[in-house]
Structure formats: C-alpha cells, structure tokens
Design a protein around this ligand. Structure first.
Ligand SMILES: *Cc1c(COP(=O)(O)O)cnc(C)c1O
Length: 392
C-alpha cells in the first residue's frame, strides 16, 4: 500500500491507494488476470490454505485488483473490512444469506430495490428465514416488528425510485437497542455523500454498477463493515463463488479515483434540473432530497453532504403522459441503468413496476406519472433543454 496512508483524506486515498508496484515501476496498477497464484514451498501453500498467512491462492478467494478496490471502499466508508462481488445483488445476497440462518428473522424496509424485495419475500422464506416488511417512516412499526429471533435490519436510503429517506441516526440506535445487525444499501448516496457506519451500521452494501463505475460499463458490488461479519461473508462467498472479476475490479478501482469530482457535478446538475422542472407547467411535483419541500429535508441535511444525482418528477396526466414524455426525449437515454455520465430517464409505472396493480404501486410510492431522472454530466443547459421540450 501507499506510504503514510493513515493521514490522508479519504478522497485522496481513493486516488492513491495502490497495490505494490512490480519491477516495471508502472504508475497505473497492472491487471492481474490470473485464476491462481504460485507457491515456492509446499509449506507456504499449506499455511496459506490453513489461513495462517495471507497469500493470494485463487482468484475466487482474493486477487490483487479486487483487494485494491476493497481497500479503497473500506477507507471511504470508514469500514474495517470488505468483500467484493460480481454484481450489487450478489453483495445484497451474501450480506443476508451469510449472516442469517434457518429460524432467524429479518426486518426490512418496505421500499427497497426490486430484486432485493423479491429476494426477501420469495427466496428467504424457502430457507426458513422469516422477514417482516415495514413502512420506513413508521417508527412504531419497526418496534412492533421486533421478535426474539430478529437478527438483522435491512434498509436503503435514499430509496429507489421514490427518494424516501430513513433517519440513519435513529436506525443506528434502534439496531443497538435491540442488538440487531444494521445492514444498509448505500448505493444511491455513495460513501462520499453519506457514511452509514458513522451512524451505527454494521454492514454497508453497494451496487458498484451505478455511481461507483459511473460510466455504464461494468457490473460489480461490494460489502464492507465489521471485521467478524465480513469474515463470515468472505468464508460464505469463497465457497459459493459470487466473486468480482479482476478486470471489473480494475475498472472500479480506477472509477473511484474520479468519484468525488463526478459526484460534485452530478449533484450540481441534479439540483439545477430539480429547480428548473419545478417551474414547468406540466409538472405536478418534483422530489429531490436537498429541495426544502422534500418531506425529509431535515434528515437529508443531517446525514447527506449533497442530494445525489437522482431527481423524481410527477408529470401531469398519469401513465399515458409519462410514456409520451419519454418518447419525446431527444438526447436523454431511455434505459434501465442509473448513475451514468449520460442522463437517463425511466417511467417505473409502465416498466419496472408494471406488474403491480395501481393500488400496489401507490402503496410503494410509485405514482402514475413518476419519472426517475438520473442526471448525467452533460452541459446543464442541454439536459434542461431536452427535458423542457419533452414536457412542452
Ligand atoms: C441496482 C441496484 C442494486 C443491484 O445492483 P446490480 O449491480 O444491478 O446487481 C441494488 N440496490 C440498489 C439500490 C440498486 O439501485
């Protein structure tokens, strides 16, 4: 690792942490595309397998490029240890399945990422793990959900796509009071805008596919947190195989070098988009964590450094107008991803949540004309011009 790494700001560490240079003296870290690593002595190999020494053995377990990415994420999140996975969902999966067992109970916030919701409601029960979904804003519901076998609380803030916030300070004290593992999906904020561990989270999961890559190229995920919990996650993963590829780790580690500057521009552009759309006659309302009329603006100010890159707007005229709006966009992409350099718009009611009834959608906060905009890094006037002409 780099010299004097303890005294640097985490954003500098995200740039400077690097695996040891080879004899070539390369400035940019080389890519270790190797399945396994060689030993000179049978004894060293034995000791490595016995976990007595830390040596790379096989890239399903550890790999230098993957280690570099994990170390940067740990510094950014203020975590003791981490494990990186092939996708964000693999990170969510191992963070739950490695730590819970048959007979355990999980409390999960009702508004979580679609696949997380499916995992919790459809797959956990198959393995004898019970889950209770609660409305994030209803504190009594959290209290009522606690059972003698409750082991973990899982939540996401801000949520996708409704941008609801959960008070992390409160969640931290709730978990502490009931002696539960607090597991937070920090994908929407990234550690540069919000650090759940500072509020008492034990585990933080990420889809690195989104803002961390930030350029729509690779999928990846990471779990960071307390050493003992991560060790259990590591043992589970090393034997089940959801590991991140060295190539994707190399990309993601490089991406972290620019995350700070990218996010500054994403947040600045997003705020400008939010303010511009608020004035448009065909917009019912705009939701953005750092707008004063966001229902949880006070929480946003307390736990986030900026509002992030996602803006939600309700287009007047419901589902039909929502779809028309998307069809009229010229530059902005219609695609399922988010957290890209390019601005992306999507209409949850007719796509990701189309299988639900209207009432079910409303229950989870998906209104008919809701458009989720992932604000990119393009010149702000071009973004606003495209959105405005589509709304006109
Ligand atoms: C995209 C996303 C995930 C899943 O990540 P993948 O990399 O697509 O597997 C999990 N949580 C949130 C909040 C997401 O937006």
């Amino acid at each position: 690792m780099s010299k004097a790494s303890n005294k640097l700001n985490p954003t500098t560490e995200a740039i400077r942490i690097q695996i040891p240079r080879t004899d070539e003296g390369e400035h940019s870290a080389p890519l270790y595309l190797t399945s396994s690593f060689c030993f000179d002595e049978a004894e060293t190999m034995r000791a490595a397998f016995a976990d007595e020494i830390h040596e790379n053995i096989y890239s399903r377990f550890t790999n230098p490029n993957v280690d570099e990415f994990i170390k940067k994420m740990c510094v950014l999140e203020g975590a003791e240890a981490g494990y990186a996975t092939a996708t964000g969902m693999a990170a969510v999966f191992v963070s739950v399945f490695a730590l819970l067992k048959q007979g355990d109970h999980l409390i999960c916030s009702r508004s979580v990422f679609g696949s997380t919701h499916t995992m919790v409601t459809k797959f956990l029960p198959r393995y004898g793990i019970e889950a209770t979904l609660v409305d994030a804003a209803d504190r009594q519901a959290w209290e009522n959900a606690v059972k003698p076998n409750t082991k973990m609380v899982y939540l996401e803030t801000p949520t996708n796509p409704q941008l609801e916030l959960i008070d992390l300070e409160w969640a931290g004290s709730f978990a502490k009071k009931h002696n539960l593992i607090l597991n937070v999906d920090n994908c929407f904020a990234t550690p540069l805008l919000q650090r759940p561990i500072d509020f008492g989270a034990h585990i933080v999961v990420h889809s690195a596919t989104k803002w961390i890559d930030g350029q729509g190229r690779v999928l990846g995920g990471v779990v960071v947190g307390q050493k003992e919990l991560i060790h259990d996650i590591y043992l589970f993963s090393r034997n089940t195989g959801p590991s991140l590829s060295p190539f994707n780790a190399w990309i993601l580690s490089k991406s972290l070098e620019t995350l700070d500057v990218r996010l500054q521009r994403h947040c600045e552009n997003a705020m400008k988009v939010a303010l511009a759309l608020k004035k448009h006659k065909n917009v019912e309302w705009v939701k953005y964590p750092f707008l004063e009329d966001h229902p949880q603006f006070e929480i946003a100010k307390k736990q986030m450094k900026a509002g992030g890159g996602i803006v939600c707007v309700e287009v007047k005229g419901g589902i039909e107008k929502g779809r028309q709006f998307l069809n009229k966009l010229n530059m902005i992409s219609m695609t399922a991803n988010l957290g890209d350099t390019r601005t992306i718009a999507s209409h949850p009611a007719s796509t990701t949540h189309s299988k639900l009834t209207e009432q079910e959608r409303l229950n989870v906060g998906i209104t008919p004309g809701l458009i989720r905009i992932s604000v990119g890094l393009e010149f702000i006037d071009d973004i606003i011009a495209d959105l405005s002409q589509a709304l006109d």
